[in-house]
Design a protein around this ligand. Structure first.
Ligand code: GLN
Length: 537
């Protein structure tokens, strides 16, 4: 089993996760079985309790693990099945070490970062390999080299390499080569210093992936090679992509990165066949059609809060050879200026998941605007709850209808807490989480889209549609087109008299890939395009 360790230097937000995922794509297309894991040096047990301002999106796996959003990149770029074992935080490491200490497993020893914490981390590296039977395990270390909290992880991978032997481990360091405008030059000094920090710990990178705005000259590559002690051919350029993150694997392939990795790790394979991937890029760069989609949220100024949603919308575009322009609409802007103004020019409206009351009235106005004007609507989790609240208030005339989450005293709690959630007090890992089966109604739009009767989708929520209100909803034209197998939980609603008004209690965005766009997103973009088209002809 071979291991690639991906570290980052100089600054955060270099796209280490994308680089790791892209290497995964290339190796998989060479016929290798790959798995990817992320180490996060924070003390939270998982990111599920962190705000989007702190952490961006929480990505949910089939097994219900709430994980770092880089795992979303891993699943979108590769075919690997990830589980809760693919994301390790310092919090989990310490929890496990402290449990062992209390049990007396350390037999009277003083429990220390080295070797006990580092051993715990090394065990996880070994276990993930054994569990998945992968040819190559790609492990990304979160944070930046030099961070105090990341040290045990970096020390652990150094120790691991010592045991694994030469030729089985490759250290790949992603670094930043800034362009200094005033000097008109790319500068290598931050990289030199970042690599020096890594070498201080005892790791010399085998490969340097240089993130830069402009192309590296031969001289710069030579300089980086000399000062960082990395062979010239292992200085790889990863220039900012022009159109799409999905170009990264192709760029790294052009730089010869996958050839180099395979040579260093002694992996004999065919070259990566990226023809299908190139076709995806073609559709992304020169699509035949274009459409504008409004995504109504409360974290629209953040790059990462709705990451998987934005990606899935783009995949829906790929399925329709349609370029998608995403208009990030602030729900509070709708509250102030009205939906017609804020959503002007949008041929589809999407309301993603969320927690907390801020912005909900704006989202309700967006749902109403979509329903009344026959604009395609896709609601995800909170977006479904919003659709039902809007329908209750404005179609069924149930005054003050709301979710018990936002108005516990509402006369019409169309969205309410499940009995099993009533007495839950802990916040971490206690929602309805992970993949659950859902049965689709035969004559529904979603059955046509999925082409299946039973589907499995991922959840992350506490509140559910209140069954006491099913009858009036159905009588007025809202169809419960997906339910749990026992029929008790509403999973999908759709409006029968509307070109496309679909909303799910689950999060389909977590299962969409560029080469396998999710049917709800494909259908949504197709409907938005059809609507658009109708307007122009
Ligand atoms: N806040 C809602 C709930 O807990 C929706 C959650 C979500 O959108 N992920 O049910």
């Amino acid at each position: 089993m071979k291991h690639i360790f991906v570290t980052g230097g100089v600054v955060s937000s270099l796209g280490k996760g994308l680089t790791a995922a892209s290497i995964g794509t290339l190796l998989e297309n060479r016929g290798l079985k790959v798995t990817l894991q992320k180490f996060d040096p924070y003390l939270n047990v998982d990111p599920g309790t962190m705000s989007p301002f702190q952490h961006g999106e929480v990505y949910v796996l089939d097994d219900g693990a709430e994980t770092d959003l880089d795992l979303g990149h891993y699943e979108r770029f590769t075919g690997t099945k990830l589980t809760r074992f693919n994301n390790l935080t310092s919090g989990q490491v310490y929890q496990s070490v402290l449990d062992k200490e209390r049990r007396g497993d350390y037999l009277g020893k003083t429990v220390q970062v080295i070797p006990h914490v580092t051993d715990e981390i090394q065990n996880r590296i070994r276990e993930i390999g054994d569990k998945t039977g992968a040819d190559v395990v790609i492990t990304e270390i979160g944070g930046t080299i030099g961070d105090i909290e990341g040290l045990p992880f970096v020390e652990a991978i150094r120790e691991f390499a010592l045991g694994a032997g030469r030729g089985n481990v490759l250290f790949l360091h992603v670094t930043f080569v800034p362009f200094i405008k005033a000097a008109g030059e790319l500068k290598t000094k931050p990289t030199q210093q970042g690599v020096a920090k890594l070498r201080e710990i005892g790791i010399t990178p085998d490969v340097l992936v240089c993130r830069c705005e402009k192309s590296l000259t031969k001289e710069l590559r030579q300089k980086l090679s000399l000062f960082c002690n990395v062979p010239y051919e292992a200085v790889i350029e990863e220039i900012d992509v022009e159109h799409s993150i999905y170009e990264v694997p192709l760029m790294l392939q052009r730089e010869g990165l996958d050839d180099l990795i395979c040579e260093r790790l002694g992996l004999k394979t065919k070259p990566a066949d990226m023809a299908h991937w190139r076709e995806i890029i073609r559709k992304l760069i020169t699509p035949r059609h274009r459409v504008r989609i409004g995504v109504v949220g409360k974290y629209v100024e953040l790059q990462d809060a709705y990451k998987s949603v934005y990606e899935a919308v783009i995949h829906g575009g790929v399925a329709n050879d349609c370029g998608v322009e995403i208009e990030r609409v602030d729900a509070e802007d709708i509250e102030e200026n009205g939906a017609a103004n804020a959503l002007k020019g949008c041929s589809g409206i999407l309301v993603p998941g969320g927690f907390g009351e801020r912005g909900t009235e704006g989202k309700i106005l967006a749902a109403r605007f979509a329903r009344e004007n026959n604009i395609p609507y896709l609601g995800l989790c909170l977006g479904m709850q919003i659709a039902t609240i809007e329908f209750a208030r404005n179609v069924l005339k149930l005054e003050g209808a709301h979710s018990a989450e936002f108005d516990p005293g509402t006369a019409h709690p169309v969205i309410a807490l499940l009995d099993e959630q009533q007495n839950v007090t802990d916040k971490g890992g206690t929602m309805r989480l992970g993949s659950q089966p859902c049965i689709l109604k035969p004559d529904s739009l979603v059955t046509r889209l999925y082409g299946a009767e039973e589907i499995h989708e991922r959840h992350r929520h506490r509140y559910e549609f209140n069954n006491a209100y099913r009858e009036p909803f159905e009588a007025a034209g809202m169809m419960f087109s997906g339910t749990s197998p026992d029929g008790n939980l509403v999973e999908i609603v759709e409006l029968t008299e509307h070109p496309f008004y679909v909303a799910s209690q689950f999060h389909p965005e977590f299962k969409s890939k560029p080469n396998k766009p999710h049917p709800l997103f494909s259908g949504f973009i197709a409907a938005a395009h059809a609507c658009d088209h109708a307007k122009t002809v």
